[in-house]
Design a protein around this ligand. Structure first.
Ligand SMILES: [Zn+2]
Length: 115
């Protein structure tokens, strides 16, 4: 499952940060999964919860934001809203769109404790 490997990636990222920044407890984790990122947020949350016991994710409050997609339309030379990949430009109906926002999964911030 796609989301399970994404959750594994998020955990690795948190563990790397813990080593680097020497924290031992994660209080809260804020992720961004853009609407164009192709991530099923419910499945991702489930995968993170399944992965959590015994890891730094255990007991952490996990928040997942889902920013709307944005794309640059080559035809109208402007940024337009894009609900999903493959949709037409809402302004001109064209398909010359390059996603510019809401297209990735990333960690926004972490709240940590070092006790
Ligand atoms: Zn357009």
């Amino acid at each position: 499952m796609h989301e399970a490997s994404l959750a594994g990636g998020v955990l690795r990222l948190v563990e790397d940060a813990a080593l680097r920044e020497r924290f031992t407890r994660l209080l809260a984790l804020r992720l961004e999964a853009g609407q164009l990122a192709g991530v099923d947020v419910r499945a991702l949350r489930f995968a993170l919860e399944a992965l959590a016991p015994g890891t730094l994710l255990d007991g952490a409050h996990i928040e997942i934001e889902e920013p709307a997609g944005q794309a640059w339309c080559l035809t109208c030379s402007q940024t337009v809203a894009l609900a999903q990949r493959g949709d037409a430009c809402p302004a001109c109906g064209g398909f010359q769109l390059h996603p510019t926002g809401g297209a990735e999964l990333r960690v926004l911030d972490m709240q940590v404790a070092d006790d």
